[in-house]
Design a protein around this ligand. Structure first.
Ligand code: A3P
Length: 320
């Protein structure tokens, strides 16, 4: 069942040893290598989890899977989906677990959960994953469960990623080097463009099963998107709920400022949802802004990333 963690590390380790590999510059851990698996790059620890999920995960038709490339706003979307789904249960919002737990301890990270275990509320239909669309466990496609994808401008995504990995490693990666590797797509779950495109194409093919959102749009009109997400998940806000301010309550409860300033997210509390990575909750709340890349990248680097984005997205209908 989904609350067990089938392990078959030896078998996975053997497969991983045969995969193409490069020096691990942008992985979260100090593994020597980062490997190419089914068209994306990942470090061995995560690959074990991914292979385990691919082999063992059985999606329920009622499941809702939050899919993102790392640093696209996963934490935010987890909080929003949870707050929307449980708004009646925690009508008195002071009892909401979001005030005392990290969103990562509320919505499990699928590939971590399957490899390293963790706790999960079986009543809650939410899972989150960074696995690219075409590598998702087959049962997700077969069970017709729903998918919400959040994507983000690669420039901000890169700067967020660079900070995050530097923090996890306790030492910054030289920016130029990180930039170069990121442009080549040799980062966890990279390249980010193919990641977004896989989900984008699926969202065109299966619009009723997939909701595709951009971080920038969500930031620009959180209120509207919270309503959209609720509708998509099959629990639209009634006119009465709207009148009573439920949408605004969700938006406020999940805002960057609110979440970041909670005791649980402020300090150095470790996150059980991130398995062996031992990530402090505060690492998931940095700036929460659009356009912060300008403080770190030269205009030229920004333009080059834009150019890559344009080339990759050409003809897809997805705009940058
Ligand atoms: P920055 O590093 O640009 O600040 P993920 O959750 O996928 O790891 O992504 C983390 C990014 O989302 C970080 O971006 C983080 O600050 C931002 N973020 C976290 N919570 C947020 C919230 N409630 N609203 C907006 N952005 C948020």
């Amino acid at each position: 069942g989904p609350n067990q963690s089938p392990r078959n590390h030896t078998k996975y380790k053997e497969i991983i040893a045969t995969l193409p590999r490069k020096e691990n510059v942008l992985g979260a851990q100090r593994d020597s290598y980062i490997h190419e698996y089914q068209g994306f790059w990942c470090t061995p620890t995560l690959l074990e989890g991914i292979m385990s999920v691919q082999e063992h995960f059985t999606a329920q038709p009622t499941d809702i899977i939050i899919c993102t490339h790392p640093k696209s706003g996963t934490t935010w979307l987890k909080a929003l989906c949870f707050a929307i789904l449980t708004r009646a249960r925690f009508n008195d919002s002071s009892t909401n677990p979001l005030f005392t737990k990290s969103p990562h301890d509320i919505v499990p990270w699928l590939e971590m959960f399957y490899c390293f275990g963790g706790t999960r509320d079986p009543e809650l239909p939410l899972w989150a994953t960074h696995i690219p669309y075409t590598s998702l466990p087959e049962s997700i496609a077969e069970s017709k469960c729903q998918i919400i994808y959040l994507c983000r401008d690669p420039k901000d995504l890169f700067i967020s990623y660079w900070h995050f990995i530097g923090k996890l490693r306790g030492e910054a990666i030289p920016l130029e080097l990180a930039y170069q590797k990121f442009c080549e797509g040799i980062n966890l779950y990279g390249p980010c463009w193919e990641h977004a495109l896989g989900y984008w194409k699926a969202s065109l093919e299966f619009p009723e099963r997939m909701l595709f959102i951009k971080y920038e749009d969500l930031m620009n009109d959180t209120f509207l998107y919270v309503k959209r997400i609720a509708e998509f998940m099959g629990c639209p806000f009634s006119a009465e709920e709207e009148r009573q301010g439920f949408v605004k309550k969700v938006v406020d409860m999940c805002s960057f400022e609110t979440l970041r300033n909670l005791e649980v997210n402020k300090g150095k509390v470790l996150n059980s949802g991130t398995g062996p990575f031992k990530v402090e909750n505060n690492a998931f709340f940095r700036k929460g802004k659009v356009g912060d890349w300008k403080k770190y990248l030269t205009a030229e680097m920004g333009a080059q990333l834009d150019q890559i984005t344009e080339q990759k997205l050409i003809g897809s209908g997805l705009s940058s």
